[in-house]
Design a protein around this ligand. Structure first.
Ligand code: HEM
Length: 495
């Protein structure tokens, strides 16, 4: 090619790029984008957005941005132009239009660590298939017949190991409980045995990477986590091979009615897909519920009247069981835990285990006069709605009574630290989305609530507890207690 044609080619290329940028800018100028700044090139405002803050607040960044721009604003986050929503209506709209106007879109680093077949990153038909498997595994009948009994067994196992007057991390204990439970239900692993403990250790390293900056270099948490990921996957694969061998040899044990067995026998998933599904369920089912339980242990001592009311409720249940000669909790007992359900809701509302979700617009969308361009990142911030004073009275206060229906809504509300409420339970329910919503609503929401309620049942009946050091939940954005939530307990005699 001659010099002239080379120059012409380069010029045409430059002109084409300039034209695309020009048309893009013109389109953006014509759009009515929400207010807000895009911040630094590439990084945008990501550092400010992710700055750790107390989990019971929205953080300084959100506060300032909402004050300046309103509840819907634009920014540049995670390397992309983004619309941030602290607006309850828009959040619902986004989640309900999954697959039509918006689509789940987590940062690539999450896919890198959880796997490309993880439910959190899948969309479309593959997501639907994986979701059906998870929902069947966590179905209502299974909750009643299998999971309740085992949730109670694993709760008691952890609580009975607690020593009086020793200081220990409540967060670690909650993690032990949810990990043992999930590992048992997913792969029939027994708590305390060598391989369960090894897997747990590997999993801790893995988790540190999930919540760290995605820098895959030696010495960095993310790099170490990727190594742990492959160790964990090898382990699960080993378990899979054992199962397949048992089935082919006809030695299958009926006791192993676990997720691994189900997916090996009843699905067309490839080995790689099964491994990512198992790992992502272990992650989804263990990290979130353990934080929720730790949050309840943290909030309750600040509201003694709530502990008192919980004790009344659970003592009544325990007394009736004793009279009937029953030992294990039944589904009816669980359904009778009315006030406990309010405590569970309030813990999830104030603690905000999952603070925001990652979506992108797959079409140009118009909402309340604002344009959300196709391809932009969209972040529904659930925490901002749960802590919005126009939707929840005194949102920073732990007030379980706000969830009691109508007439009884203020029962106990006058006690110290527990304000009364006037917002209706129905309107609160509409704005309450700790488990997300729409077609991607958390598959384990019912299990998570049951785990919390059963843990609270045995905790309030058997122990007095106090925080042994100042600690508070922080949003990193994953909620965590910097000191592990140290507590001291005393056994109490059940009357
Ligand atoms: C308090 C505890 C929990 C909270 C706050 C929570 C929250 C959430 C949220 C907000 C989502 C939606 C993510 C999104 O739309 O991008 C989700 C999805 C999911 N959660 Fe949970 N979760 C909890 C416990 C559990 C448990 C115990 C399991 C059981 C294994 C579980 C399994 C899942 C699964 C499989 C999904 C993906 C659903 C889908 O994509 O269709 N979660 N969770």
């Amino acid at each position: 090619m001659s010099d002239l044609s080379l120059t012409l080619c380069s010029l045409t290329g430059i002109l084409a790029i300039a034209l695309i940028i020009f048309l893009f800018k013109r389109k953006q100028q014509r759009l009515n984008l929400p207010p807000g700044k895009m911040g630094w090139p590439f990084l945008g405002e990501t550092i400010g957005y992710l700055k750790p803050h107390s989990a019971i607040t929205v953080g300084e960044f959100m506060e300032k941005h909402i004050a300046r721009n309103g509840k819907i604003y634009k920014s540049k986050l995670f390397g992309e132009p983004a619309i941030v929503s602290a607006d309850a209506g828009l959040n619902r709209f986004i989640l309900q239009n999954e697959g039509k106007l918006f689509e789940c879109s987590y940062p690539r680093s999450i896919g890198g660590i959880l796997g490309k077949w993880s439910m959190l990153v899948l969309v479309g038909d593959m997501h639907r298939d994986m979701r059906i498997i998870s929902l069947n595994f966590l179905s209502h009948p299974r909750l009643r017949t299998h999971l309740l009994k085992d949730v109670e067994k694993h709760t008691l196992l952890v609580l009975s190991s607690w020593k009086e007057n020793c200081i220990f991390s409540a967060q670690d204990e909650a993690k032990k409980f949810t990990f043992n439970f999930m590992a048992n239900h997913i792969m029939s692993m027994d708590p305390g045995n060598v391989e369960t403990e090894q897997l747990k250790e590997e999993y801790v390293t893995f988790m540190k990477g999930v919540v760290s900056a995605p820098i895959n270099l030696p010495g960095f948490a993310y790099g170490k986590a990727l190594k742990s990921r492959s160790t964990i996957l090898k382990f699960i694969e080993g378990k899979m091979e054992e199962r397949i061998k048992k089935v082919t040899e006809g030695n299958e044990s009926l006791e192993e009615d676990d997720l691994l067995n189900r997916v090996c026998k009843h699905s067309n998933l490839s080995t790689e897909q099964i491994l990512d599904l198992i790992l992502s369920l272990l992650f989804a089912g263990h990290e979130t519920s353990s934080v929720a339980i730790a949050l309840a242990i943290y909030f309750l001592p600040g509201c003694p009247r709530a502990i008192e009311q919980l004790r009344e409720e659970h003592s009544e249940i325990a007394r009736a069981k004793k009279q009937a000669g029953e030992v294990e909790l039944t589904w009816d007992d669980y359904k009778r835990m009315e006030f406990t359900h309010c405590v569970v809701n309030e813990t999830l509302r104030l603690g905000n285990v999952v603070r925001f979700l990652h979506r992108k617009a797959i079409k140009d969308v118009r909402y309340k006069g604002y344009d959300i361009p196709c391809g932009w990142k969209v972040l529904p911030v659930i925490a901002a709605v749960h802590l919005d004073p126009s939707l929840f009275d005194q949102p920073q206060h732990f007030n379980p009574w706000r969830w009691l229906q109508n007439s009884s809504s203020n029962r106990g509300g006058s006690s110290a630290g527990c304000p009364s409420t006037s917002t209706s339970t129905a309107s609160m329910g509409n704005n309450f989305m700790p488990f997300g919503g729409g077609p991607r609503l958390c598959a384990g929401s019912e299990l998570a609530k049951m785990e919390m309620a059963v843990f609270i049942h045995h905790l309030v009946l058997n122990y007095h507890w106090e925080l042994a050091d100042t600690d508070e939940p922080f949003a990193y954005p994953f909620v965590d207690f910097p000191k592990g939530l140290p507590i001291r307990i005393q056994r109490r005699r059940f009357t």
